[in-house]
Design a protein around this ligand. Structure first.
Ligand SMILES: *[C@@H]1O[C@H](CO)[C@@H](O)[C@H](O)[C@H]1NC(C)=O
Ligand SMILES: *[C@@H]1O[C@H](CO)[C@@H](O)[C@H](O)[C@H]1NC(C)=O
Ligand SMILES: *[C@@H]1O[C@H](CO)[C@@H](O)[C@H](O)[C@H]1NC(C)=O
Ligand SMILES: *[C@@H]1O[C@H](CO)[C@@H](O)[C@H](O)[C@H]1NC(C)=O
Ligand SMILES: *[C@@H]1O[C@H](CO)[C@@H](O)[C@H](O)[C@H]1NC(C)=O
Length: 590
């Protein structure tokens, strides 16, 4: 690791310098020093699972991923998604942009799904297209987006792939009766075969094609596990019933005694959370037993993914390309089961839903290393650009993740989390919505997750103008909402946060959220610069200086006019913060 430590300085120096296409980054130049071959763009293998949690411990049950990726690569412990739902999260991943900038905010039209992705012009403008233009051969198999169906797959076909074989709705989540659609051919049903067996075969064949090519390759594999199983016959009847995933036959009896971790937020005696979550009744024994079964089914279904990764890595090891291939493993969003009394599902802003696994292995990436820096899904496209030596796009809301260690100081401390529309409850006891529906409306909120050296916070504003504030350094399970129930009662005394009153801390967090909820490009990466263009405020700690109390005291608060199901700007209250000028405190200016 000595070499890597020595080049850290070089990377900092190179940041911001425009690189020509296919020119090596500083890291790549140093890695090729002393070798006779010039730097070659690396290959990239991306594995995206569906709904895989980090917080519920799923990665402790996948020994082959542990061996090939965690021990041979870096684990990004503080990796977050920006929207905890498949389609918006995947579009953010493929474009490097927050959902408020893609406006793909849901799984189905009019606010999301494949048709919305196409309407927004992203079929001409997303990662595989950019990689192909930069000299890559690109392959994809598995689930791309929701509402990518046996009816609309050809209108238009997905762009950007030399080879593709997509899972098709309404059979995407049907583990034993999946339908895939290859290149420009008609869809094919795999009735009676397990979807993981099908995708493993397809992924290995694409990897072989990629290895035979002359150009560097990008291969993406997106298995459906450990997502719930959905029976297409129910879907056709307009019912959405999401039941426990179905493992491969050989894994169906594993982990008989394993249960959902009984953390303090598991089915707590007191209600917790905000909005609809606060009204959930405590779960009874049948529900708890079912949730444990659901949890085990997820771990069992993941065994197929574990073996899939093993097969892919073995194939790379047999080739001469492993040394020039990055392997990236992640999921589209996290998952909760029973925490805060919730039935199985995602769509919330809690840790369980927004944290996902991220492993990166490849040339120059430290082995067995755990990276603490805050990283997010909108950083992945910029990271792949960086690894491939392609200069970043101006419309990226994220920024390349340095794959070398100890970068905390150089990275921002925030994650912007946003959600619009319905929450969806899964499992046989999912009927918790109005009239026993599994869909809960008004699950619209904006949040920030902030991890500084000595603070660890989550702040959220809901569309009904409820607020949440959790101090995760003292309350890691998010059970004590510190936000005063009566905002007018904000006092200067009471609990302190970083040595200042809650009122002062909330004023900073709210202004930061006001910037981030409509940020674009660099303002998403350096939001404090919007509030303090002329001075050196770069963190919550800096902003808490008493000097800025009056400036933060007059910011328009983040608020909603009403709850909407999509990104309707008029519903979303103030958009623009006041700005402190050139280091002069705001009250001097007025
Ligand atoms: C992959 O597609 C790109 C763009 O159409 C093309 O230039 C390249 O030659 C293709 N690669 C292979 C191996 O066919
Ligand atoms: C499996 O899917 C095909 C269509 O792809 C359908 O015709 C068939 O009825 C399905 N079988 C079951 C058991 O659902
Ligand atoms: C628990 O609640 C569910 C409804 O949510 C009900 O169907 C079930 O019978 C209850 N079980 C027990 C043991 O009370
Ligand atoms: C959802 O929000 C809308 C608009 O703010 C409101 O009219 C409606 O009553 C809310 N529905 C529920 C179930 O809370
Ligand atoms: C997002 O899309 C919806 C649905 O098409 C549209 O009504 C809304 O105005 C769009 N929002 C923005 C900010 O463009």
């Amino acid at each position: 690791m000595k070499v890597l430590a020595a080049i850290t300085g070089l990377i900092v120096a190179a940041e911001g310098a425009a690189l020509g296409p296919q020119e090596p980054t500083a890291l790549q130049s140093v890695l090729s020093l002393g070798k006779s071959d010039p730097w070659k763009p690396p290959n990239i293998l991306l594995v995206i699972t569906d709904d895989q949690d980090l917080e519920l411990d799923s990665i402790s049950y996948t020994p082959l991923i542990e061996k090939h990726l965690r021990q041979k690569g870096t684990f990004f412990r503080n990796h977050f998604v920006t929207t905890a739902l498949c389609c918006p999260s995947r579009v953010s991943l493929w474009t490097g942009r927050q959902a408020h900038n893609t406006n793909v905010t849901d799984v189905n039209p009019p606010y999301g799904g494949y048709p919305k992705f196409v309407d927004r012009g992203f079929n001409e403008n997303f990662l595989p297209v950019w990689l192909q233009e930069s000299g890559y051969d690109t392959y994809y198999t598995g689930k791309l987006f929701n509402s990518h169906t046996i009816h609309n797959y050809a209108s238009p076909h997905v762009n950007g792939f030399n080879g593709s074989d997509f899972l098709m709705d309404p059979y995407t989540y049907s583990y034993l009766n999946s339908t895939y659609q290859r290149n420009h051919e008609p869809p094919v049903s795999y009735e009676g075969q397990h979807t993981i067996d099908v995708i493993t075969d397809k992924a290995l064949r694409f990897l072989d094609d990629a290895l035979e090519g002359e150009r560097p390759f990008f291969v993406a594999v997106a298995p459906v596990a450990p997502h719930s199983n959905v029976d297409p016959r129910d879907l056709e009847k307009g019912k959405i019933v999401m039941t426990a995933p179905i493992p491969l036959e050989r894994h169906k009896n594993l982990f008989p005694d394993v249960k959902v971790p009984r953390t303090p937020n598991f089915n707590p005696d007191e209600p917790s959370g905000a909005s609809w979550i606060r009204y959930l009744p405590q779960q009874n024994q049948s529900e708890i037993n079912y949730n444990d079964h659901f949890y085990r089914s997820r771990l069992r279904a993941l065994q197929g993914v574990d073996e899939l990764v093993d097969s892919l890595v073995s194939r790379l090891e047999e080739s001469d390309q492993l040394d020039n291939t990055y392997i990236i493993y992640t999921s589209d969003n996290g998952f909760h089961i029973g925490q805060h009394r919730l039935p199985p599902g995602k769509t919330c802003g809690f840790e369980e839903d927004i944290r996902v696994p991220l492993f990166i292995r490849g040339p120059g990436v430290p082995e067995g290393y755990t990276q603490e820096s805050v990283t997010t899904h909108i950083d992945l496209a910029p990271t792949i650009f960086d690894l491939a030596g392609i200069p970043p796009r101006a419309d990226f809301d994220g920024t390349a993740i340095p794959v070398q260690p100890d970068f905390l100081g150089a990275r921002h401390e925030h994650v912007t989390v946003e959600f619009w529309g319905q929450a969806v409850a899964e499992g046989i006891y999912g009927g918790i919505g109005p009239d026993g529906s599994t869909m809960i409306p008004n699950n619209t909120y904006k949040s920030i997750r902030l991890l500084g050296e000595d603070y660890n916070l989550y702040y959220s504003v809901w569309c009904n103008n409820e607020h949440e504030l959790y101090d995760l350094s003292t309350d890691p399970y998010q059970l004590q909402n510190l936000y005063p129930t009566n905002a007018r009662a904000h006092k200067e005394d009471g609990p302190l946060m970083l040595g200042r009153s809650l009122k002062q801390a909330i004023a900073r967090l709210d202004a930061l959220l006001l910037v981030l909820k409509s940020c674009q490009g660099t303002t998403c990466i350096e939001p404090w610069k919007v509030l303090h263009p002329g001075d050196t405020v770069r963190s919550l700690r800096d902003a808490l200086d008493e000097e800025y109390d009056s400036f933060y005291g007059v910011q328009p608060p983040v608020s909603f006019g009403w709850c909407d199901a999509g990104y309707i700007v008029e519903a979303e209250g103030p958009q623009v913060p006041l700005t402190s000028r050139y280091g002069v405190s705001w009250d001097v200016w007025v």
